[in-house]
Design a protein around this ligand. Structure first.
Ligand SMILES: Cc1ncc(COP(=O)(O)O)c(C=O)c1O
Length: 395
């Protein structure tokens, strides 16, 4: 929960700074991040999962260089899925030996880039393992297993079921490990990532049981597996309640994982999600059969509501006491999916009023595009009570 976003009188403040002042200085729409929220969430993970394994921040959640530097400065590594993300991680100060390279479609060039720098690769297919072995033998690699477990999240955020493209189905895993050994690789890590925005520990329990069974059978076949990469996926509460209980996962792993086995985690959303607030201005109101509030931010800037029907709370930056109306908050993009909230009850904002879309730090800016030839948004970080522009508005 983002406790850094609170009203003081009628003004919405982020880390004690009025969002209205930030909008005045940097214009709208603008992404604003709280450094203290990022540190708080990362700390929570370090206190729990960090005591039993290593953390690697999933760069895809938000790859702003200043935010990456903040996270890596806390001793957290990186999970990357492209050459661009590996470069971003290295550029922001993450040592190569703390970076993992995941992804279902790595190119030859990307594999060579990782191998040249000693970046650890989690392979996702037998053909990828062959491609790695053609480039270099003797390398330690992970093999991403699809444990065929339902993560009970949105269908586009589930990655660990038979119909998903990710990893190697668990029944075929022994063959993949054996072939990797035969090709001269050292497959010492079982990796998995069953989905994103997972709210209960149950899917992790199921997948852990399957992975440990696999590990036992590999060990008895003479394939020494010494590490388990559990992926990320820890959900945050977009309604203001409690986030995924990382302590429950810690307890489960503590109880079930054999001594001496190395563990790692790849959280993205949990670290960044609450930290971001997207500030937008009301352009027009249209009051006919429905009431539409048209804002200056579009689905190209924040695609989660359109793509996943994701809910983000929307708050007035200056509170009004007027009567509540039921309205839809929509953007300017030429798509009916360009809608941030349907049937919300709020005092009808005036033209020019500011609204704050909460919990947009993860998969917000990083999934944005220039659709409709719209410029990419600026990003501002509040650190020690001072706003700092960490990305200019696009042209
Ligand atoms: C391999 C891998 N690891 C980690 C993550 C991070 O997930 P989350 O942001 O839900 O923690 C993802 C996200 O898709 C992923 O694909």
């Amino acid at each position: 929960m983002n406790n850094d976003l609170i009203y003081q009188g009628s003004d919405l403040m982020l880390d004690r700074l009025p969002l209205a002042a930030i909008a005045k200085e940097y214009g709208t729409p603008v992404y604003v991040y709280s450094a203290s929220s990022i540190r708080g969430q990362a700390d929570r993970l370090m206190q729990s999962l960090g005591t039993i394994g290593s953390l690697r921040y999933a760069v895809k959640a938000n790859a702003n260089p200043a935010l990456l530097a903040l996270v890596f400065g806390m001793g957290i590594g990186a999970d990357s899925v492209s050459r661009g993300e590996m470069q971003a991680a290295l550029g922001a100060g993450c040592p190569a030996d703390r970076i993992v390279f995941s992804g279902v479609g790595k190119t030859q060039e990307e594999l060579a880039f990782a191998l040249d720098r000693g970046i650890f690769i989690n392979a996702e297919s037998e053909e990828e393992l062959a491609a790695i072995a053609r480039l270099q033998t003797g390398v330690h690699v992970g093999i991403r297993i699809n444990p065929c477990v339902d993560a009970h999240t949105h269908q586009y955020m589930t990655t660990g079921m038979a119909e998903n493209k990710f990893g190697i189905p668990i029944d075929f895993a022994p063959r993949a490990f054996r072939e990797a050994m035969d090709k001269g690789l050292v497959p010492d890590t079982i990796s998995c990532h069953i989905g994103s925005q997972i709210t209960s520990v149950e899917p992790y329990r199921k997948s852990l049981a399957r992975l440990l069974e696999l590990r036992d059978s590999l060990m008895s076949d003479g394939i020494p597996v010494s590490a388990l990469d559990m992926g990320g996926g820890f959900g945050i509460n977009y309604e203001g309640g409690a986030d995924f209980a990382v302590e429950d996962l810690q307890a489960l792993l503590h109880r079930d994982v054999p001594q001496g086995m190395k563990l790692s985690f790849e959280p993205g959303r949990y670290i960044m999600g609450h930290a971001g607030t997207l500030v937008t201005r009301v352009l027009y109101r249209k009051r006919y059969a429905r009431t539409f509030v048209v804002v200056d931010v579009g689905m190209n800037d924040l695609i989660r509501p359109a793509l996943y029907q994701a809910h983000h709370a929307i708050l007035p930056v200056t509170r009004r006491d007027s009567e509540l109306v039921t309205c839809d908050i929509v953007g300017p993009v030429c798509e009916s999916a360009d809608c941030f909230a349907r049937d919300v009850s709020m005092p009808l904002p005036d033209q020019g009023d500011l609204l704050a879309i909460r919990d947009t730090g993860a998969y917000g800016w990083s999934m944005s595009s220039t659709y409709n030839s719209r410029p990419l948004l600026p990003e501002v970080l509040i650190e020690d009570g001072e706003p700092v522009l960490i990305r200019e508005r696009g042209l």
